[in-house]
Write a protein that binds this ligand. Structure first.
Ligand SMILES: [Cu+2]
Length: 236
């Protein structure tokens, strides 16, 4: 008889526990994320054409400028989204970041590199390029990269946006965004981005684009969940 009751109570207790857990919302914990889009507002201008008039056997023919790339649904590519007030230093990346010169273009067009981390500048073209950087906080680099020099290793210690050009091929343009913390993302072909590991709370989220400038928005991030946000940028 006793045994029977115990079994019955246990079964009841188990059933109650299951119901209780099922009706209690799971408490979200830990960092959240910010997912969103950077969109162009207004009439999208036609992309500029860059004249290719040198080393055409490697560089190819005229190219479309990447200074403003607007994709599907007016998403802006290569906008850099970052968390204002995030603390550094940025962790060392697992893989050395690389800026590649291929087909006489910088790839990627916009690269985020943590401050103080080594990065490679690659010459995959087998012709002479000349790396020339424009910055204010970091020393300028102006180095020939002959065809046999496949990689140059460089390092930027101070956070800032560095413009990169090639003195051999006037149309070549790229950007190195030297980050002071880990919370950076670059928007993709459709203007989409994701910032992971964002502490819950209010954050100022900043967006930089090479020709459209800067916009920012306050975003409240919930613990353990993605928060959606849309940024709009337009020609000044
Ligand atoms: Cu070049």
């Amino acid at each position: 008889m006793m045994r029977h009751w115990t079994t019955a109570l246990c079964a009841l207790g188990l059933a109650a526990a299951v119901v209780w857990a099922g009706s209690t919302p799971v408490t979200a914990q830990g960092p959240g994320s910010i997912v969103g889009e950077v969109k162009f507002s207004g009439t999208v201008p036609a992309p500029k054409t860059l004249k290719v008039n040198k080393d055409t056997q490697v560089c190819g023919s005229d190219k479309l400028s990447e200074e403003l790339v607007v994709g599907a649904n007016k998403g802006i590519k290569n906008a850099v989204v970052s968390l204002g007030g995030a603390k550094g230093p940025a962790p060392k990346p697992a893989q050395k970041p690389a800026l590649e010169q291929k087909g006489c273009q910088f790839n990627p067009h916009v690269l985020v590199v943590p401050a103080g981390a080594e990065m490679d500048i690659l010459n995959s073209d087998g012709i002479l390029h000349n790396i020339h950087t424009f910055s204010s906080a970091n020393p300028s680099i102006n180095k020939a990269q002959p065809k046999f020099k496949k990689a140059l290793t460089e390092k930027f210690d101070k956070p800032e946006v560095v413009k990169v050009q090639c003195d051999v091929h006037g149309w070549m343009l790229g950007w190195i965004v030297v980050g002071e913390h880990a919370a950076y993302a670059v928007s993709d072909d459709n203007g989409a981005f994701k910032l992971d590991n964002v502490p819950p709370g209010k954050h100022k989220v900043e967006v930089w684009h090479e020709t459209l400038g800067k916009v920012s928005q306050e975003v409240e991030v919930k613990a353990g969940a993605p928060t959606k946000v849309t940024f709009e940028m337009s020609k000044k």
